[in-house]
Design a protein around this ligand. Structure first.
Ligand code: ADP
Ligand code: VHF
Length: 376
């Protein structure tokens, strides 16, 4: 059981921070990370690692001279590298008296609400029993269009899943700068970020190394997810002495992202709708319905459904648009697409058989209330 001084911390470490220049896993870098995790565990914190490095650790053993770009080769490399990575983590944690466990996740595991809840229950058991779950994307079997693709957003989704207190992302740079430091040598480190502004988004560039995949853009998406879920985050440079340990105690150099306390944090159900569900259709509503659902926080009634596109069942998540086509949010439908198409244009007496709202307000996430990263 956590005391009030102990935190549940999710730490994400990228490929470039775990491997040597030749792309092999660097035992020294792993040892350094493990030592810090062990200190946090000794202090009573719960720690979950999201570790990249499977492809980077495996591609040379597959016989490739450079990190492969074709999906089947990347997947084959991950199949070799993931095992090596876990072996090293397990040995190192065991030598300190701690147990690591492997969790491989695909996007499909999170878009299905039952599997999402199941993952939470499993990880909670591990954390509560003192184990250190080590999460990576299940690279070997995931087809391209169903991939998270980068572990930055995966780490934020995992942090939200387990209701973490802090997300620490380690990279090859010592924090977020107000401009891409590779292009602007006068770029300044931002020590505290309370809101991801359009300027911050514009300043975030692609990956800095040949082994990384996410770049600063995917890290910004990750911090948005964490902020909307009420989780504080930190971005700092992997390998700096005590960086992880100090970040937990707010003593490390880097960028701290604090969630906006005035903004309502998404509950678990809304987090799933917003970040994981994968919308299956589109519903258009008129101006009065928009005012009612967005400003008056009412449910969407069957009489306000203007148009329906796609094929979905009751319980699916859909995008909701206004008459101008602007997406205003995401919501869970109480009817199938066929039933919703049938209700369009019916009079009030004819709609009486539809007793439930089309979308309950509690199952609606409004883009005005939470700035959602697009398409993650
Ligand atoms: N605004 C920015 N602030 C900091 N780094 C940035 C920014 N824009 C682009 N970058 C680049 O993003 C890189 C970090 O992303 P990435 O290479 O994916 O790291 P990792 O492999 O650690 O996940 C940095 O090395 C830096 O060159
Ligand atoms: N899942 C992949 C890593 C994907 C990824 O996001 O890598 P990185 O940009 O280094 O954090 C792997 O283990 O190789």
């Amino acid at each position: 059981m956590l005391t009030k001084d102990n935190k549940r911390v999710v730490i994400k470490i990228g490929s470039s921070s775990l491997t040597s220049l030749h792309g092999e896993i660097s035992r020294r870098k792993l040892e350094k990370l493990v030592d810090e995790v062990v200190r946090l565990k000794d202090d009573g914190h719960e720690v979950l690692l999201v570790s990249s490095g499977a492809v980077a650790a495996g591609y040379r053993k597959l016989g490739c001279l450079e990190r492969p770009t074709e999906l089947p080769e990347k997947q084959a490399a991950a199949s070799i590298g993931q095992g090596l990575l876990m072996e090293s983590y397990s040995d190192l944690f065991l030598s300190h008296g701690y147990m690591g466990s492997q969790i491989l996740i695909t996007r499909g595991d999170f878009s299905d609400e039952n599997r999402y809840n199941n993952a939470r229950n499993t990880i909670n058991v591990l954390l509560e029993r003192g184990i250190i779950p080590i999460v990576n994307e299940n690279d070997t079997i995931t087809v391209d269009r169903l991939r998270f693709g980068d572990n930055d957003t995966l780490s934020a989704k995992v942090a939200a899943l387990v209701d973490a207190d802090q997300l620490i992302i380690l990279s090859d740079i010592d924090g977020l700068y107000d401009d891409d430091p590779r292009k602007n040598e006068d770029a300044q480190l931002l020590e505290q970020v309370r809101e991801i502004t359009p300027e911050i988004e514009a300043a975030a560039g692609d990956p800095g190394s040949s082994v990384g995949t996410g770049g600063m853009k995917s890290k910004i998406d990750a911090f948005k997810i964490a902020m909307a879920s009420g989780i504080s985050s930190f971005l700092g440079k992997a390998g700096v002495d005590d960086i992880v340990y100090d970040a937990v105690y707010h003593n490390a150099k880097g960028t701290y992202f604090e969630s906006n306390s005035e903004q309502e944090n998404l509950d678990q159900k809304k987090q799933w709708i917003a970040f994981n569900s994968g919308p299956e259709g589109d519903v258009t509503i008129d101006a009065r319905a928009k005012e009612s659902i967005v400003e008056m926080k009412k449910s969407l009634l069957p009489m306000n459904v203007h148009n329906v596109e796609g094929s979905f069942e009751k319980g699916a998540v859909v995008r909701i648009h206004d008459l101008e086509g602007e997406e205003i949010g995401l919501g869970v439908v109480n009817y199938s697409s066929k039933e919703m198409k049938d209700m369009i244009g019916l009079t009030e007496p004819e709609l009486e058989s539809y007793e439930k709202a089309a979308i309950e307000r509690k199952d609606f996430v409004c883009h005005l209330e939470v700035a959602l990263p697009v398409g993650v």
